[in-house]
Design a protein around this ligand. Structure first.
Ligand code: S3P
Length: 168
């Protein structure tokens, strides 16, 4: 491993946060969670930003936070599932290091997220349909990553191991 950061992208529920936390310990790298930085900057939760200010405002803060960390080394950077949607973000994340995309099947994603309430995009009547729609709309954006790891049948530790193997 060099001094470049590891950037985790991927859909909601693909394990970016849990894997990121294991990776940061294993690599001795600082853990940077873009969603946490967005909440700090806005002074409110992601749900409140979406509900009160709308998704575009959330995306604007997301872009600003990513611009601020562009080029940062020796960190594990966890992004939100939609961070890949703006070209600027991909370019700024690439300046940090390799972009690793975690994937999972839509049914596994649903199994992982169904009990959770903190993702405004999935608080809809038919979350399975929404997951499928978003996954297909975002496919081409996730395809910008350098490395892809299917987490569907892997433990957090095993995914972290795969990321390290793929990077070395
Ligand atoms: C989003 C994913 C969330 C968070 C926000 C929007 C998305 O992050 O950034 O709710 O557009 O996919 P996680 O992928 O960590 O759930």
């Amino acid at each position: 491993m060099d001094r470049k950061s590891v950037v985790l992208v991927g859909f909601m529920g693909t394990g970016k946060s849990t894997v990121g936390s294991v990776l940061s310990k294993r690599l001795g790298f600082e853990l940077i969670d873009i969603d946490v930085l967005i909440e700090k900057k806005a002074g409110k939760s992601i749900t409140d930003i979406f509900n009160h200010d709308g998704e575009k405002h959330f995306r604007d803060i997301e872009e600003e936070v990513i611009r601020e960390i562009a080029g940062m080394g020796k960190a594990v950077i966890i992004t939100g599932g939609g961070a890949v949607l703006r070209k600027n973000n991909i370019e700024n994340l690439r300046k940090c290091g390799k972009i690793v995309c975690l994937t999972a099947t839509s049914s596994e994603i649903y199994r992982r997220v169904k009990a959770e309430t903190h993702r405004p995009l999935l608080q809809v009547d038919d979350p399975v349909k929404k997951i499928e729609e978003l996954l297909s709309a975002r496919e081409k954006f996730y395809a910008e990553a350098d490395i892809f790891i299917d987490t569907t049948n892997l433990t957090t530790e095993a995914v972290a191991e795969e990321v390290i193997k793929a990077l070395s």
